[in-house]
Design a binder for this molecule. Structure first.
Ligand code: ZN
Length: 319
């Protein structure tokens, strides 16, 4: 096949898989690509996966704070998100005009015309990565206890502006993130522990995942250098699984930030030095989609060992 034929075949596979998911009630279309409701069985698998990660995480005895899916714009700026992903960012806009423009906006909406010019940006953006809200919150508490802290932030909805027909590329999805903030050596070994744990999660759920070094898509002239540095220093690893696309999809990432967030948000260790951090993220919908793709669209057909691992105490709906 030529490269163009391969692309078309990949797009057909994605469209076919999306159609299967919708026909079986796993994804509920909204009319906008990448924005779907989740059916009962899909949601049961996703929350069971979430619970499996909670069981794997238990030995860390993490704190479990929760944050809303919007953050102050300033947090996004400080985190450095705009250096790597300005194209994925979602800012919340709202109306703050006068009576006349309020009437005009309603009329334009009624006609199906563009009404966005009447809106102005608010102070918040949609959360693009579940760990961002925790850094300013941790900094506010003052210096860390000796040995640092571990957080389990749960499965938070995050937003990425990347409309696509690939069901594994959603605009809004749950990212399950765990974060370790503290001394460099402990942060590093925690990240290595999670790479091992993730291998175990994928193996026991029958998913063929490869964990490989990765880099973020930095922009501009310095971008290539930054991306190469990230790879050479082993700062980012991703777990990749073949879902419906031609190329494997990243379902999970394991990141070392060194002092990046510690110095951006002013997080100190107990001795006053800047804290290091690491985060581990699982894309819950992507892994759920990989499970349906690998084991079949009907949960009742899944191998017993996979079902026991995911649903240890109950039976999935439909049985
Ligand atoms: Zn993170």
């Amino acid at each position: 096949m030529t490269a163009a034929q391969t692309l078309v075949a990949g797009a057909n596979e994605e469209a076919q898989y999306l159609e299967d998911l919708i026909r079986h009630g796993h994804l509920l279309p909204s009319g906008e690509p990448g924005i779907y409701g989740r059916g009962v069985v899909f949601e049961h698998v996703r929350t069971s996966l979430d619970a499996l990660i909670t069981r794997v995480c238990a030995p860390d005895h993490p704190e479990t704070p929760r944050f809303p899916p919007v953050i102050p714009k300033r947090t996004l700026e400080k985190a450095g998100y705009l250096t790597s992903f300005p194209q994925l960012c979602g800012v919340v806009y709202s109306f703050c005009g006068n009576d006349a423009s309020a009437i005009e906006i309603a009329e334009r909406a009624e006609r199906g015309d563009d009404w966005s010019r009447h809106l102005s940006p608010t102070g918040v953006t949609l959360v693009p990565a579940a760990c961002y809200p925790c850094y300013p919150a941790v900094a506010l508490r003052g210096p860390l206890p000796k040995g640092g802290i571990t957080l389990d932030l749960g499965g938070c909805y995050v937003f990425r502006n990347e409309p696509s027909q690939d069901p594994a590329r959603l605009q809004m999805f749950h990212q399950r993130e765990m974060v370790r903030i503290g001394p460099p050596d402990e942060v590093h070994s925690w990240r290595e522990t999670w790479i091992r744990r993730a291998r175990g999660i994928f193996e026991t759920t029958g998913l063929d995942a490869t964990i490989a070094p990765a880099s973020d898509p930095f922009f501009g002239r310095k971008g290539k250098l930054l991306a190469n540095n990230q790879r050479e220093q082993g700062l980012k690893f991703e777990a990749l699984i073949q879902i419906a696309s031609e190329r494997p999809t990243a379902v999970s990432s394991f990141n070392l930030h060194h002092e990046h967030f510690g110095s951006a948000f002013g997080i100190q260790q107990h001795d006053g030095t800047v804290a290091h951090s690491s985060c581990v993220g699982f894309g819950l919908e992507r892994i759920t989609l990989a499970l349906f793709r690998t084991h079949g669209i009907d949960v009742r057909d899944w191998p017993g060992q996979v079902r026991r691992q995911l649903f240890p105490e109950d039976t999935p709906p439909g049985e």
